[in-house]
Write a protein that binds this ligand. Sequence first.
Ligand code: ADP
Ligand code: MG
Length: 293
Amino acid sequence: ATPTALMVGTGRGAQLGILIKGPEVLESTRRIDTVVLDKTGTLTTGEMTLHEVIPATGTSAATALARAAALEDSSEHPIARAIATAAGSQGATLPAVSGFSSISGLGVRGTVDGASVIVGRPALLEDEGLAVPGDLAHALEEQQREGRTAVLVGWDGEARAVLAVGDSPRAESAEAVAGLRQLGAEVIMLTGDNETAARAVAATIGIDEVIAGVLPEDKATVIAELRASGKVVAMVGDGVNDAAALAGADLGIAMGSGTDVAINASDLTLMRPDPRAIVDAIRLSRATLRTIK
Ligand code: ADP
Ligand code: MG
């Protein structure tokens, strides 16, 4: 095994837009048989927009949006940015907030206009004892079937509106998935998003294995379980919520467009946000190590 060949492989990686942390990373890359990809920001652009506000009977869409946006104004989450931006472009005046808190992978809460308001996963509102009226439950499912991430805003014991946000799959994602399969890898989508929405997006990209509704702290557990079953696992992600999973995989791959936390936890960084580079990386590692042997 010549160090020179490894250095050449690492250099070739840089030409392909793949930053490799150290020459030894090529060996773990070569052995990968399972590739787990985060959805939002990795397989999709992560540039979320608010598509629709669907209020419950008796609630004004404008009030629901203003209250949700008032809270999301303090959050960095892509869903939060989409909601706050939409309220801003509609010229909404945001009410004052007190007692804001963010619940990682679930949503946000605080006091707005004297009411205790929650925005987030449907399960979060249900766990907090808010009722979801039938018309909203129906709207929620309809949006999820379209592949949209539907969050709820609620106050005074009830969910008051569905906020449907979404982004688009990256143009290169389907080709990347096909390329990974061609190399013999099993491809899995891993996301905190709802299962119905995740499956709708996965279907357009050609992925049939989906692990959805996973809390940020449980993403690493999923990776550990796949490894324990004998798979050699690459995890691809972009967010703070992916960092533990990236660090716990046989190979962590960060999108260069992602957060520093994700990049620091990874062995490989894709300098362009193009998942096809994962296919290039595996091909390169196989070619380089063949040369050595
Ligand atoms: P992903 O794994 O797709 O990057 P996250 O773990 O960040 O997703 O979030 C999972 C889910 O939690 C979201 O789909 C949404 O339902 C809810 N959520 C998280 N943060 C927020 C927020 N700031 N506002 C509303 N909903 C949120
Ligand atoms: Mg992400």
